[in-house]
Design a protein around this ligand. Structure first.
Ligand SMILES: [Mg+2]
Length: 195
């Protein structure tokens, strides 16, 4: 097999608990009752929280600009381990996120603060598949959005879903439950040709 050269990691729903951060914003700043804000089970979870798409987008922007939406939570538990494995294997680490451009500065700082600085931080405006093509090496990617994962797979990456309630029905892709398992898959694939 072709040796993996690059690791592509999504942030929200993989490294950063976006749903928990946004819920905190909704409770503190919109004064919504936390008992009515169930953990998302679908991509349009804001509808279950009583918001239209337009309202959701406006709240995300306000939360980003005025309340540090992307810098209030800790990283997912296994992020340190995954970074360590990727560094030891000397692979190039990319973060690729569709966060709004307003989140760029706090995203970079949050990654630095938690010692999760990547080699490259991408805020694509077209598709994640285009980023895979631009990287050009042999990439393995972790993602919680089925469409983005399939897009990267079509572009040549090995795309792995981070299991979340909103992607549980997808059977087309490999999946892992956390970043520790993802790191173990990388380790396995990287060492395979020496077995
Ligand atoms: Mg995501």
């Amino acid at each position: 097999m072709n040796q993996i050269t690059d690791v592509v990691i999504d942030l929200d729903g993989v490294v950063y608990p976006f749903a928990d951060a946004f819920k905190q914003y909704c409770v503190r700043n919109l004064h919504l009752n936390p008992k009515t804000l169930d953990y998302p089970t679908r991509w349009e979870f804001y509808e279950d929280w009583g918001m239209t798409r337009t309202e959701f987008d406006a709240h995300v922007l306000d939360a980003t600009v005025n309340h540090g939406l992307y810098a209030t939570m800790l990283p997912e538990y296994h992020a340190d381990y995954a970074w360590q494995v990727i560094r030891e294997l000397k692979l190039t680490l990319h973060i690729v996120t569709f966060r709004p451009p307003e989140a760029h500065h706090q995203t970079r700082r949050w990654l630095d603060d938690h010692k999760l600085t990547p080699d490259h931080l991408w805020f694509p405006t077209t598709s994640k598949g285009d980023v895979i093509k631009e990287i050009g090496g042999k990439s393995i990617a972790i993602e919680d959005n089925v469409d983005y994962a399939l897009d990267m797979q079509r572009a040549g990456a090995t795309a792995i879903l981070r299991t979340q309630p909103w992607n549980s029905s997808c059977t087309e892709l490999l999946r892992v439950d956390n970043l520790r398992s993802f790191a173990q898959v990388i380790n396995h694939l990287t060492n395979e040709e020496y077995l």
